[in-house]
Design a protein around this ligand. Structure first.
Ligand SMILES: [Fe+2]
Length: 438
């Protein structure tokens, strides 16, 4: 017998090699990397049967409009679509996940360079429609692919003020979308999620594909995560959330381009963090200003010191109230899916306060916008660009897969979140009345 090796019978037809001179964490990592069926997160509803690499099966449900957009960008569909990163690159242990983007990355806030009146952008638009008083603006008559740098800076500022900005009737290649994202920040290359074949950094948002690959999503269960997404994991992105809050430098601008749009249904909602903060009394604002909270990752990993102890999430500490670097306004930086606890108060107090704060975002319609993606021109897509630093969003899965919905998403990571005690709330900065409670 080879030194340190013995074979343990697991089932009649399989065996597991135990190599005593290889550390157990290394053996577990090797096992996970070598067996596609081994999942770190044991989630009964997310039994994804996705193999690394481009997937020929995805091509079977690709819509005409999406296919044409991908082909116009010379995406090699002969190998399959979409593409899942190789298993060798997926972090198994927490320390591997923490090591991704652990260092400070330089970030240029483009909105800071913008003309506050945004004349180059708004002057060139055919129409500028504010969809609600406080949140969401639609720009008509401009192509994102043709914007000058000056217009991009002004767009960044407009998004920072209005939370989310929409552009319909866009001819926008996935590679052009990625280039715009690079201008707006540091591209988030996701080590786990599917991306456009051959184009890491441009993620695929495609519930039809995940349903095809085994995700149990139906009309009854697709909203359960809105009560507690850790206990009732979300299918797709239906829960109110903010993208990538567990990063050292979390997401700034996210750009979702939907190129296959149902005639009705599958809307997306956004809510303003400026507006949420301004719903609080001055006394409560004072209490929360300067507090910090723990934010967790959507994906889970193993603890190298306790590899059999079950999946754990990345935890990162950020300010609960953060200041936007361009507008200088304060925003409530929390979301039900990923903000776990407030530092410095008891767990019971933290739960009570956080649940109240989550409700403020989720229940106040005057700080929200609901966007209907509906197609207007054959072969054209619709874009939404939002600022994750000052918002939450969620999608609605009411079309239930009856019509194809496919999008590509590029996220630009921004600064290390900070709180400036001298900064103001949006209402305060704009000179709007602030209610005083007697
Ligand atoms: Fe999201």
């Amino acid at each position: 017998m080879t030194t340190g090796t013995e074979t343990v019978s697991v089932k009649d037809n399989s065996s597991l090699s135990i190599v005593n001179d290889i550390p157990i964490d290394q053996q577990i990592e090797n096992l996970i990397r070598a067996h596609n069926d081994l999942k770190i997160t044991n989630n009964g509803n997310l039994k994804l049967r996705i193999n690394p690499g481009p997937d020929p099966e995805g091509l079977k449900i690709l819509s005409k409009s999406t296919r044409e957009r991908l082909e116009a960008d010379n995406i090699d569909l002969s190998v399959g679509y979409p593409e899942t990163p190789p298993r060798a690159e997926i972090p198994v242990y927490l320390d591997q996940a923490y090591a991704i983007r652990a260092e400070d990355a330089p970030y240029i806030e483009r909105a800071k360079n913008a003309d506050p009146e945004k004349k180059a952008l708004l002057g060139a638009a055919k129409e500028v429609i504010h969809l609600t008083k406080n949140v969401g603006t639609e720009i008509v008559g401009l192509q994102l692919a043709d914007l000058t740098d000056q217009q991009k800076d002004e767009l960044a500022l407009l998004v920072a003020e209005r939370v989310v900005v929409f552009f319909r009737d866009q001819k926008l290649l996935p590679s052009e979308q990625l280039e715009l994202g690079k201008y707006l920040g540091n591209i988030e290359y996701h080590p786990q999620t599917t991306h456009v074949t051959g184009l890491p950094g441009n993620s695929v948002i495609w519930n039809d594909y995940f349903a095809l690959k085994g995700v149990n999503i139906n009309y009854e269960n697709n909203n359960l995560g809105n009560w507690d997404s850790l206990r009732y994991p979300a299918r797709g992105t239906q829960v109110w959330h903010t993208d990538l809050v567990h990063e050292h430098q979390p997401a700034g601008y996210t750009h979702l381009h939907i190129d296959s749009v149902p005639t009705t249904g599958d809307d997306t909602l956004w809510a303003s963090g400026y507006g949420a903060y301004d719903k609080l009394s001055d006394e409560f604002k004072k209490f929360l200003d300067g507090k910090k909270a723990v934010y967790v990752s959507a994906h889970a990993y193993l603890d190298r010191e306790d590899p059999l102890g079950g999946p754990k999430r990345i935890e990162r500490v950020h300010p609960l109230v953060r200041t936007h670097p361009a507008t200088g306004w304060k925003s409530l930086f929390i979301n039900r899916a990923m903000t776990r606890r407030i530092i410095g108060v008891s767990p019971v107090e933290s739960d009570l306060i956080l649940n109240y704060l989550f409700d403020i975002y989720e229940k106040n319609a005057d700080i929200q916008v609901r966007f209907k993606w509906s197609p207007t021109k054959e072969g054209y897509g619709t874009s939404a660009i939002w600022d994750n630093r000052i918002s939450q969003h969620r999608s609605v899965w009411d079309n239930e897969g009856a019509e194809s919905r496919h999008g590509t998403r590029v996220t630009s990571l921004a600064e290390v979140p900070f709180f400036d005690p001298e900064s103001k709330s949006q209402r305060e900065a704009l000179g709007k009345p602030i209610h005083q409670w007697e």
